[in-house]
Each structure stands twice: as C-alpha cells, then as structure tokens.
Design a protein around this ligand. Structure first.
Ligand SMILES: [Zn+2]
Length: 183
C-alpha cells in the first residue's frame, strides 16, 4: 500500500502516480546522449526529462506527462478519482460565483468560467483551465495553512474521501485565485 504523502527524496523527488499513489518505479521517455559504434550503443550519458516527457506508472500502467505526476515532497497524494469527486462536489459550491465548469476526463483538466454577475472592481471574468495537478496543489496549500477540516485527512487515509460542496468550492477558488474570493 503506497504512502499517503510523497516521500521520494532522490532521483524521483517530486514524482508520484496520480492514479495509485505509487512512487517507486516509472518508465519515462528521456533524452540522452548515446555513444554509438558500429556494434551498437556503447554507453549513454546525460539522461534528461522535462515536464512534457511521457511517463508510465510501473504499478498501475497509468500514462501521462511528468507534469501530471509532479507533486511536492510531503504533499498528500490526492488521486485522479478523488479529484473527480472533488470537482463533482465543487460543482454545487461554485454555482454562486461561476458561470460554467467543464471536466475533461481525458486531459485531466477542469475549466471554470467566473460569472460576470459577480464582477467586483472592473476586472474581466476569469476563465481558467485548471489541471488536476493545480487542484492537488491548492488542496495541499490549504492543508498546510490549516484551512481544511481534520476529518478530510482521516477520510483520505481510510480511502473513503467525500469532499463536500463547501470544501470543493474553497479548493477551486484557491486554485483559480490563490485566495478565498467569494464566500
Ligand atoms: Zn499508478
């Protein structure tokens, strides 16, 4: 059973599977310099990957980009399934300030359009396509600043997480605005 928080501290620091939380082994499409002779590859060096490199979890075969697998050390690892539960609940919470919200289950994104009914100052309505990785970061930002109720972490640990609409709304607002803009 993978740990609930990110623990890698060496070569795989900041990487964890967003489906099963595994952190121990990945296949990554890398760029490298291969020293070749007529007999074949003699050696390789300078192995590199970027945020857009393709990665596969060796435990559950989930594929994606390195960006989608990126976490911060000590972050609670919220899975894609939990993020989708969060988005579903957030839909009921953000309704008082958002115009629309669309989930893309393949791209793992959540597009939220702020309603122009809620205009303050003279700013344009925000139209943000949030990645699941951004929602995870927002969850952890709120957790680190003690803005999430204790029971959330207990529920994650027991694998029966149920975000309510208010918490979902808070996390989406944190991801979009970096603050609690509408209460
Ligand atoms: Zn996995």
């Amino acid at each position: 059973m993978p740990a609930l928080t990110a623990t890698n501290a060496n070569c795989l620091e900041g990487l964890a599977c967003p489906s099963c939380r595994a952190e121990d082994a990945f296949d990554i499409t890398v760029e490298t310099i291969a020293g070749l002779t007529d007999l074949g590859v003699d050696h390789t060096r300078d192995i590199e990957w970027t945020q857009t490199s393709l990665i596969t979890c060796c435990s559950c075969q989930r594929k994606g980009t390195v960006e989608q697998f990126t976490v911060e050390v000590e972050d609670v690892l919220i899975t894609d399934e939990e993020i989708e539960n969060l988005i579903e609940q957030a839909g009921f919470g953000i309704i008082h300030w958002a115009e629309s919200a669309i989930v893309d289950f393949d791209e793992h994104t959540y597009r939220v359009v702020e309603s122009d009914d809620e205009f303050t100052d003279n700013d344009e309505p925000a139209d943000e396509t949030l990645t699941y990785a951004q929602l995870r970061r927002a969850f952890n930002d709120l957790r680190r600043s003690d803005q999430l109720p204790d029971f959330m972490l207990r529920e994650i640990a027991h694998g029966d997480i149920r975000f309510d609409s208010e918490i979902g709304d808070r996390i989406v607002q944190q991801a979009m605005f970096g603050e609690h803009k509408y209460s």
